[in-house]
Design a protein around this ligand. Structure first.
Ligand code: SAH
Length: 229
């Protein structure tokens, strides 16, 4: 697998983007992320390149670059751009991403952003028709370093582990130990933890065990066990 070079411009086919879905609109979204305190240029550059409007229903495309979560069907949501940026910045910690696991592909947006800043990305989704939709959304971007899997992401991906980073896009009641065990020493996992009140937690695997750090309060859909056809 080869990582995409950091070419300028959007990923995939040249877009016919005009108005609310244009590069300029995306650049404005990135400027707002900077205003809110995101400084990781690798993440900001990736978010400037991934056409978020391709991941939401056409009826919502004009809202795709607002800093809000939007519905993607199956009672799930595409994460708010600020939360995606914050999570990727925190889990990267300024170190280049090697092999990354995402739990909760959803519509595939964050997977595309990860693909633009990591060497290889694996993303697991438990709802099969949502995974098929993500595949369709991602196809035009032709991301050679991204693999999607249908399964229960709480179990991670033992056949591919260890990972240099794990990003969980659904809220766990407590830290899923099986996932943390698939981190390399020195690698980090970021996940929302909690039921009513949720908080982003960064878990770092150290030589001695695991160290946790708490970040922002957030609102995510719940992490659920098992997979759904
Ligand atoms: N990453 C997405 C957001 C996805 S929302 C984005 O870019 O916008 C969270 C997703 O996690 C939902 O699609 C939900 O079905 C999925 N999910 C919940 N529990 C899961 C599990 N155990 N394994 C894999 N996916 C899970």
């Amino acid at each position: 697998m080869t990582a995409r070079p950091f070419a300028k411009g959007p990923l995939g086919e040249p877009e016919a983007g005009i108005g609310m879905t244009s590069q300029r609109t995306r650049d404005r979204m990135v400027a707002r992320l900077r205003d809110k305190g995101i400084t990781d240029e690798v993440v900001l550059d990736a978010m400037a390149r991934v056409p978020r409007h391709l991941f939401v229903d056409e009826a919502l495309a004009s809202r795709a670059y607002e800093d809000v979560a939007l519905p993607i069907g199956f009672e799930q949501t595409i994460s708010q751009p600020y939360v995606v940026a914050k999570m990727l910045e925190a889990v990267r910690g300024g170190v280049p991403f090697g092999r990354v696991l995402e739990v909760g592909t959803g519509c595939g947006y964050q997977a595309a952003v990860l693909s633009a800043c990591a060497r290889e990305v694996y993303s697991i989704e438990r709802i099969k028709p949502l995974l098929e939709r993500a595949r369709a959304n991602l196809r035009p971007l032709r991301l050679a370093n991204l693999r999607l899997k249908h399964g229960d992401g709480q179990l991670g991906l033992a056949e591919v582990a260890p990972f240099d980073a794990i990003v969980v896009a659904a809220a766990a009641a407590s830290m899923p130990r099986a996932l943390a065990e698939q981190l390399n020493v020195g690698a980090r996992m970021i996940l929302p933890v909690g039921t009513d009140t949720q908080q982003l937690i960064v878990v770092e695997r150290t030589a001695a065990g695991f160290a946790e750090r708490k970040l922002d309060l957030v609102r995510f859909v719940p992490l659920r066990a098992g997979r759904q056809q």
